[in-house]
Design a protein around this ligand. Structure first.
Ligand SMILES: [Fe+2]
Length: 152
């Protein structure tokens, strides 16, 4: 079993009424530390009702955001966060969007795992390793997700 992208079932589905649409989400403050990168990726503060719902699912403090991926993301490790985060896909972002994880201790890099995202993955929780180098390819339209991580 791969260790970088696990479907998890111990978190409940997010109630539909708590999920905003793209036009609303993009008005929320983008708190990604590289705002100049917003044409590729942005991370938006969620409304209180979604934050509170998310916090109830955890015994430790968490941070909840909307993420929007608008273009392919090159191989990277997430900034300002370590380990794993939980992702809940709202839109796929294209017909054949894939996330690839790469080993970074070898040169040339070796692909560890590839996840091809399908409609079955929408409204499901995934635990994603963001400490291992990864990329997102084949993005054609906004790929929206809710993400939850442990607060520092
Ligand atoms: Fe990432």
């Amino acid at each position: 079993m791969n260790k970088v992208c696990k479907k998890i079932t111990y978190l409940p589905s997010v109630p539909k009424k708590l999920i905003d649409d793209l036009l609303e989400i993009e008005k929320y403050k983008n708190v990604f530390p590289e705002p100049e990168y917003a044409d590729h990726y942005s991370s938006h503060v969620a409304k209180k009702n979604l934050e509170e719902w998310a916090q109830k699912q955890f015994s430790y403090p968490v941070v909840t955001r909307y993420q929007i991926v608008r273009k392919n993301l090159p191989i990277h490790k997430d900034v300002g966060i370590v380990g794993t985060k939980y992702n809940y896909l709202i839109t796929l972002g294209g017909k054949d969007v894939r996330t690839r994880w790469w080993s970074d201790d070898k040169d040339p890099k070796e692909m560890i795992y590839e996840k091809a995202w399908t409609n079955q993955d929408i409204n499901q929780w995934y635990e994603i390793n963001i400490e291992t180098a990864h990329q997102v390819i084949n993005v054609e339209e906004p790929r929206i997700s809710i993400t939850i991580r442990k607060a520092e």
